[in-house]
Write a protein that binds this ligand. Structure first.
Ligand code: ADP
Ligand code: MG
Length: 376
């Protein structure tokens, strides 16, 4: 397929400092977009056919706009889902297009290449066909595409960060009300580095959806026993959850305790960050990982090893797994003077233990999805 792109979309990945698995529980998160992006070159083609090609898969497919349905090819569903969700709102206003995708985001590593792809395509098509969808509509339809076509019942955080991210800012997002504020992302003299385990234990989608169900079950039980009618788990305090110990199954108790404590950590962490206390935020990251490992049980030996290893080094002030879990990256706050030496040591130790190369990824904050119109 050779064509001249009308627009180029750059859609970023995201990091989340703290607030793991709180988004779908109506809690707080602290994500931002990063400078690494998926790039989509898009053009209208004047037909009812869409042709998509991904450089990463060295393959592509064509689909008729009048017969959009789920595919057996996993990655096609992110595209098909966005098309279907736009059609639900805008019907035939969406016409045929050609799209070429290339990416500098590792897939399945917790940096949300999935939301980058969905939101980049949604915002690109919005521009290309003058659909006039609001940013919130684009965020929500991208999330719905993932629910309905891919089957991951994700929260709103990833899509929100990918669209709303701003360079040098974090977003403190209330996932219940969707109120948000930008928080200065000044980590100097520390740097944010992601350590990619390069493992993906294939449990992520099924276990992710199971955690959602467990959180709902925990909430139903808390409401029933305390005669309350909370809508989200994050409406409950961790102190109230503690009072339920022994009155609900241990697994559900642990899930609820982690989620409520994590939500409180985001609020406290942001307050201290605003005062410039990075060591407090770092401590929150360690506590977060402890909860994800032992209470929420979404970690894996490779992630746990990286977090434990970092505790021996004073240059690292915080580390935790990031994203859905069962593989992907840890996010680390590391003093810039010791960064190079630390990366060398941890990569060596990781290779020795698991016989797998560790990939360090230096990240900095970046803007949300951007679009440039190509001139002749
Ligand atoms: P993450 O969002 O953390 O990267 P996910 O498993 O949620 O991990 O999403 C990764 C999936 O997104 C890939 O398996 C693929 O289906 C799709 N994807 C991401 N980037 C691309 C790309 N450049 N081309 C095609 N599909 C992609
Ligand atoms: Mg994803």
């Amino acid at each position: 397929m050779s064509f001249k792109a009308e627009i180029i979309v750059k859609s970023p990945g995201r990091i989340n400092l703290i607030g793991g698995h709180t988004d779908y529980n109506g809690g707080f998160v602290l994500p931002t977009a990063i400078e690494k992006t998926i790039e989509l070159s898009l053009s209208k083609n004047g037909t009812r056919t869409c042709t998509i090609k991904s450089g990463d898969y060295k393959s592509g497919f064509s689909v008729d706009l009048d017969s959009i349905e789920k595919s057996n090819f996993h990655w096609h569903n992110y595209i098909l889902g966005v098309i279907a969700e736009i059609q639900k709102i805008k019907g035939e206003q969406l016409g045929g297009f050609d799209c070429v995708i290339s990416s500098s985001l590792p897939m399945g590593s917790g940096i949300s290449s999935s939301a980058a792809l969905e939101c980049g395509l949604a915002k690109g098509l919005n521009e290309l066909f003058g659909l006039e969808l609001s940013e919130m509509q684009l965020i929500e339809l991208s999330r719905d595409a993932e629910h309905n076509f891919v089957g991951t019942k994700c929260g709103i955080m990833d899509q929100f960060a990918v669209v709303m991210g701003k360079k040098n800012q974090l977003i403190k997002l209330n996932c219940k009300t969707l109120e948000y504020e930008y928080v200065e992302a000044d980590f100097n003299p520390y740097k944010i580095v992601l350590l990619n385990t390069n493992v993906s234990h294939n449990l992520s989608t099924s276990e992710y959806n199971t955690r959602r169900e467990e959180c709902q079950a925990a909430l139903d039980m808390i409401n029933q026993k305390s005669k309350t009618s909370y809508k989200y788990l994050c409406d409950v305090t961790s102190e109230s959850v503690k009072k339920m110990e022994g009155f609900m199954p241990a697994k559900l108790y642990n899930r609820a305790l982690y989620v409520t404590q994590e939500n409180e950590r985001v609020v406290k962490g942001v307050k201290e960050l605003a005062k410039g206390d990075l060591s407090f935020l770092g401590k929150c990251l360690y506590e977060s990982h402890h909860g994800l490992q032992h209470l929420y049980e979404v970690s894996c030996p490779e992630l746990d090893f990286l977090v434990e290893f970092s505790k021996e080094y004073t240059d690292v002030i915080g580390s935790r797994m990031m994203g859905g879990g069962f593989g992907g990256c840890t996010i680390n706050l590391v003093h810039k003077s010791g960064l190079k030496a630390y990366i060398e040591k941890v990569a060596k130790a990781y290779y020795k233990k698991f016989n797998i190369e560790l990939t360090p990824i230096m990240v900095s904050t970046g803007d949300g999805v951007t679009i440039t119109r190509q001139t002749n």
